[in-house]
Design a protein around this ligand. Structure first.
Ligand code: FES
Ligand code: FES
Length: 166
């Protein structure tokens, strides 16, 4: 009884959400407490956004909502109705790679690459705020994004390369 009742309750509480994601309007009927990161990955196949800690500590799941950087593992479905969301897939086209991603490639700003989408989104958010950040500002902006491989040197250089090019 517990299980079927639980499922019924979930179904009864489903809500309809509408979002504009990477420029595309989408609607979904979903449990309001499902995490945004799970919707992105499981419903819309936007698997560039990663899950690691699941508790807001690592930044692997970073996306932008209405222009602000957020950890999508901490955002519930009901909170994104009518939101404008940008994920890593929204930065580049088939023809053009985002300059931040290009700089990560050129400076060796990644090894396994698991943290990279979140890092790139955090850099995007930083450069929206300031076009010429100092090294301290870069480190502060990336302090919520953990990388277990690179030692951060290549990542910092990648940001500095983008800044120098713009
Ligand atoms: S998976 Fe979201 S912050 Fe780590
Ligand atoms: S490149 Fe592996 S965690 Fe950052």
């Amino acid at each position: 009884m517990g299980t079927s009742e639980g499922i019924r309750t979930k179904e009864n509480s489903a809500i309809s959400i509408s979002v504009t994601i990477n420029g595309e309007y989408k609607q979904l009927v979903v449990d309001p407490t499902i995490r945004l990161v799970d919707i992105l990955r499981d419903e819309w196949n936007l698997t560039g956004t990663k899950i690691s800690c699941g508790i807001g500590r690592c930044g692997a799941c970073s996306v932008m909502i209405n222009g602000a950087l957020v950890n999508s593992c901490l955002v519930m479905a009901y909170q994104v109705d009518e939101a404008i969301i940008t994920t890593i897939e929204g930065l580049s086209t088939e023809e053009d790679i985002d300059p931040i991603q290009q700089a990560f490639l050129e400076e060796g700003g990644y090894q396994c690459g698991y943290c990279t989408p979140g890092m790139v989104m955090a850099v995007k958010a930083l450069l929206q705020e300031t076009s010429n950040p100092t090294e301290t500002q870069i480190k502060t902006a990336l302090s919520g994004n953990l990388c277990r491989c690179t030692g951060y040197g290549g990542i910092i250089r990648a940001v500095q390369r983008v800044v120098a090019q713009t």
